[in-house]
Write a protein that binds this ligand. Structure first.
Ligand code: HEC
Length: 123
């Protein structure tokens, strides 16, 4: 009996550590966002060279009405889920050929997970 409880406890712990890793660290992500901040504001309704990142998680692609998206971005048709952001931020110009987001991408998986965790706080 005790043995079974110990095994169950270990599985729960492993599960929690896995979740923490997948979700990233928002504080570290805020620092990664410095790379985005020349073009993107975290504030609602503030567009710079790129559209506001406020509420980006779960928002439809190319959905800010007063931002002049590229034809390439307008042609995409997805919601910015954490998974979709992870793909896009790895290689923006490969995932959306012709995008006017001139950014080489975040090659480190941890940087992407952390910045996505930070983006999730912008709501
Ligand atoms: C040099 C400027 C620049 C940098 C740096 C940059 N972006 Fe962008 N981003 C843009 C532009 C411009 C667009 C619009 C793309 C288009 O219309 O093709 C965009 C679009 C996006 C979109 C799609 C928004 C929507 O409403 O569909 C996301 C998400 C995004 N950027 C996230 C990021 C993140 C996160 C970073 C940093 C890791 C980053 N960007 C770095 C300029 C930039």
């Amino acid at each position: 009996m005790l043995h079974k409880i110990a095994i169950a406890g270990t599985i729960v712990l492993l599960g929690l550590t896995g979740m923490a890793r997948a979700e990233g660290d928002a504080a570290a992500g805020k620092i990664v966002f410095n790379k985005c901040a020349i073009c993107h504001s975290p504030l609602q309704g503030v567009n710079k060279i790129g559209p506001s990142q406020f509420g980006i998680i779960g928002r439809h692609s190319a959905a800010i009405p007063n931002f002049a998206y590229s034809e390439a971005m307008k042609a995409t048709n997805w919601d910015w889920t954490p998974e979709q952001l992870d793909k896009y931020l790895t290689e923006p110009r490969v995932v959306v050929p012709g995008t006017k987001m001139i950014f080489p991408g975040l090659k480190e998986e941890a940087d992407r997970a952390n910045v996505i965790a930070y983006l999730d706080t912008l709501k």
